[in-house]
Design a protein around this ligand. Structure first.
Ligand code: ASP
Length: 324
C-alpha cells in the first residue's frame, strides 16, 4: 500500500511539474496557407505578441498550405494534444465543413477553441495593367471581357474563394478561377499580370496598394475601412451590390484533449497578446480589427464559429459549391 501511495505521489508530482513547466520547448503555430500571405502575416505578428505573456516562449509558424486550408487544419486535428501544436485558421473553419464532402476532421468536435484574434475586411484588387482605375470602370471592363477574366484565389473554402464566388454572383459574370496554396503566391501572379483580379484580405493588399503595385477597387464590408491607405475605397455595397458583406475572422485552436491548464494558460496569454500596443497598431494599419468582445472566450468563440458555419453553409449550398 505504502508503495502504491508513493508511486501515486510521484506521478502527481510529475504531472504538476510538467504543467508548471509548460511551455518548456517551442510551440508550433500551423498556418494552413502559404508563407507571406494575409493569415501568415497575422500569425507572425501574433506569435511575437504571445512571446511575453507565454513567459518568453518561442512560438514558430509552420506553413502547411493547400486545399483551402484543410490540409493544415487536418494536421493539427491529428497532432498530440499537448499544447505544442496549435492552429491559426480563419473563416475556413466555417466554410469547409459545408464545402468539403470528405474532410478528415470535424471542425466542432476535433479542436479546443482558444479565442478569436481579429476581424479582417477584404479588398477587390486587380493587376496594375488593367485599364480600369475605379470600380465603375472595372464593372465596364468585366462586361466587355466576359469569358476571358481570370480570378485568383487560395483554394476552395478560402476567404478569397468565398468573396470571389459572391462577387461573380453579384455581377452575374462567370470567371475562370485560378487556385493557389494561399494568396501570397496568388498575389505574385497578380503582380506579374498572369491573373486579372482577386478579392483578398487587407492584411495582404494594403502594402501593395500603398506602393501602387496593384489596383484597388472596393472593400468587401458594408462600412468603409478607415485606414490611410484604404479609406478612399468605396464599399461593394455602395457600388451597387446592396448587402455585399464579407468580413473574415482569425482564431486560435488546439487539438481536442489538450489539458485544461494548458488551454487556460494559452487563453490568458492570447487575451494579453491582443492588448499589446504594437500588435494593435500593426493590425489597425493593415485594416484588421483586434477582437475585444466575448469571442475572446473559448465557449463564445465556438458558438460564433457554429453560427458562421450556418451562415456560410447556406451561401455555399445556394451556390452549389462542393469539393472532394
Ligand atoms: N488566408 C489565405 C492566405 O493566407 C487567403 C484566403 O483565405 O483567401 O493565403
Amino acid at each position: 500500500m505504502k508503495k502504491v501511495l508513493a508511486t501515486l505521489a510521484t506521478l502527481t508530482l510529475a504531472a504538476t511539474s510538467a504543467l508548471a513547466a509548460y511551455p518548456d520547448k517551442p510551440i508550433t503555430i500551423v498556418v494552413p496557407f502559404a508563407a507571406g500571405g494575409p493569415t501568415d502575416k497575422v500569425a507572425r505578428d501574433f506569435a511575437e505578441a504571445m512571446r511575453k505573456p507565454m513567459g518568453g516562449a518561442t512560438l514558430v509558424v509552420e506553413n502547411v498550405g493547400g486545399a483551402g486550408g484543410t490540409l493544415g487544419a487536418g494536421k493539427v486535428a491529428k497532432a498530440a494534444p499537448d499544447g505544442y501544436t496549435l492552429l491559426l485558421f480563419h473563416i475556413g473553419m466555417a466554410t469547409t465543413p459545408t464545402m468539403y464532402r470528405k474532410l478528415n476532421y470535424k471542425v466542432l468536435d476535433d479542436f479546443e477553441y482558444l479565442g478569436l484574434i481579429n476581424d479582417v475586411p477584404m479588398t477587390l484588387v486587380g493587376r496594375k495593367t488593367l485599364p480600369a482605375n475605379t470600380y465603375p470602370e472595372l464593372a465596364k471592363w468585366l462586361q466587355e471581357n466576359k469569358g476571358k477574366i481570370n480570378l485568383a484565389n487560395a483554394g476552395q473554402g478560402s476567404a478569397s474563394h468565398l468573396c470571389g464566388l459572391m462577387f461573380q454572383a453579384a455581377v452575374q459574370i462567370d470567371m475562370t478561377t485560378v487556385p493557389y496554396k494561399g494568396t501570397a503566391p496568388a498575389m505574385n501572379d497578380l503582380l506579374g499580370g498572369q491573373v486579372d483580379i482577386m478579392c483578398d484580405q487587407t492584411t495582404n493588399t494594403t502594402g501593395q496598394i500603398a506602393g501602387g503595385a496593384i489596383k484597388a477597387y472596393a472593400v468587401s464590408t458594408t462600412k468603409r475601412v478607415n485606414t490611410p491607405v484604404l479609406a478612399k475605397l468605396p464599399t461593394l455595397d455602395e457600388s451597387g451590390m446592396k448587402g455585399f458583406n464579407v468580413s473574415i475572422f482569425h482564431g486560435l485552436y488546439a487539438p481536442k484533449g489538450t489539458p485544461a491548464d494548458v488551454l487556460a494558460k494559452l487563453n490568458a496569454a492570447l487575451k494579453e497578446a491582443l492588448k499589446d500596443p504594437e500588435f494593435i497598431k500593426r493590425q489597425e494599419g493593415l485594416g484588421a480589427v483586434v477582437v475585444t468582445d466575448s469571442r475572446l472566450n473559448p465557449a463564445e468563440h465556438k458558438k460564433f464559429v457554429a453560427s458562421e458555419i450556418d451562415k456560410w453553409g447556406a451561401v455555399i449550398k445556394a451556390a452549389g459549391q462542393y469539393a472532394d
